[in-house]
Write a protein that binds this ligand. Structure first.
Ligand SMILES: [Zn+2]
Length: 376
């Protein structure tokens, strides 16, 4: 009996392959062969699926990429049960993975996957933190650095090396900094000889068809009009040894950390005490309100609520581990950035109805209002 994955599984494998192919291209500044092995494998699955279902088989990678750019997923014949992305594409017209493509790939590429590069980095950070005087502080220092510096200069890397509280700074340098920051910025991405770093998220800004674009697709920068973009970045001289963090770290560790740090700031402004990544990342935030009510929060910044629900459904809330480490809370909830509600008023509803078992969730604005009203 031949194993035939279902349409959705093929779609996820395809997304992983497209994301990895684009990553390789960004590193070099151009597309080169061979493409990601995962992409080739996904095309094989897709061809087999089409063969078994009497559909025309795509010929090769070129045709597949064209399809990903132009044909909405509803027309791929994949028998998708979820209509959330029927009208969506996997690649934009430049061939860059869409947010949907990145979210479909998340399960395989985020740092929960034991085989991913980012998992290795995550484990190295944990090991290093566990061997230090105050593991939670060390862990937070390193994670915060990765969130704030998806692009870093030699000076910034030297500063964290001096600041970080670890017994063996050299291990930190070799196993984390040198591993994460290997990629130079291809000169094709310089703008007037300089490397542009986004003020909102710290990622690289590229000139795409005379339009400045942050490579973090969902970034606030990309929602600004052209005239407003002018002062919203920093110019770095390539001579400062600028390095970009590894794609997986950037996409699945740094970018999700941005709304986490923002929520921490907003909660501290209303008098809460906030611990980031308690118990070495059992959840994102542990919050103690002014009236001493305690809340454990996971911040999720996904565009597609059903995709997020599928991701959440596979995870068990680590209540017991949190409690064993002294993080006992009266509420465990998910928090979404307010922009998700603005983009899609039905977001919360769509998320909650796809969650099994039921979970608590709020927009950032609403959890803050609730704390002020009830737990201050
Ligand atoms: Zn940005």
């Amino acid at each position: 009996m031949v194993y035939l994955p279902d349409g959705e599984k093929i779609l996820r494998k395809l997304s992983v392959g497209l994301v990895q192919t684009n990553d390789a291209m960004e590193k070099d500044g151009f597309l080169k062969y061979p493409y990601s092995k995962n992409l080739q494998r996904a095309i094989n699955y897709l061809s087999f699926f089409y063969l078994m279902n009497d559909l025309p088989i795509p010929i090769g990678i070129g045709e597949l990429i064209e399809k990903a750019k132009t044909v909405p997923l509803g027309e791929w014949g994949l028998n998708l049960s979820d209509d959330e992305y029927q009208n969506e594409l996997l690649l934009d017209d430049e061939g860059v993975p869409t947010e949907l493509c990145e979210e479909l790939a998340a399960e395989e590429l985020d740092y929960n996957n034991p085989d991913s590069f980012q998992r290795e980095i995550f484990e190295s950070i944990k090991n290093l933190a566990e061997g230090s005087k105050d593991p939670d502080i060390t862990y937070t220092q390193i994670r915060e650095f990765l969130v704030k510096y998806p692009l870093s200069t030699q000076d910034e890397r030297s500063d964290i090396l001096l600041d970080v509280d670890v017994k063996k700074p050299n291990t930190f340098k070799e196993l984390i900094l040198d591993e994460v920051y290997q990629d130079k910025i291809p000169s094709a991405y310089y703008v007037n000889g300089m490397i542009l770093r986004c003020d909102f998220c710290g990622n690289l800004i590229k000139n795409q068809k005379n339009n400045l674009t942050c490579i973090n697709k969902g970034c606030e920068f990309n929602r600004l009009s052209n005239s407003k973009k002018q002062k919203k970045y920093q110019e770095l001289n390539p001579g400062q040894e600028v390095r970009q963090a590894h794609f997986g770290v950037r996409r699945y560790m740094s970018i999700p950390g941005i709304p986490e740090l923002k929520l921490k700031d907003d909660l501290e402004k209303i008098g809460c005490k906030v611990t980031l990544w308690p118990g070495l990342d059992l959840c994102d935030l542990f919050v103690e309100t002014p009236s001493d009510f305690k809340i454990s929060i996971d911040v999720k910044d996904w565009k597609y609520p059903h995709e997020l629900a599928k991701n959440v459904n596979q995870k068990v809330i680590p209540r017991e581990e949190l409690e064993n480490q002294g993080f006992i809370s009266g509420l465990y909830c998910y928090v979404f950035p307010d922009i998700r509600k603005k983009e899609n008023p039905d977001y919360m509803n769509a998320f909650k109805s796809a969650c099994n078992p039921k979970v608590e969730a709020f927009y950032a604005k609403d959890i803050i209002a609730k704390i002020k009203e009830i737990w201050s």
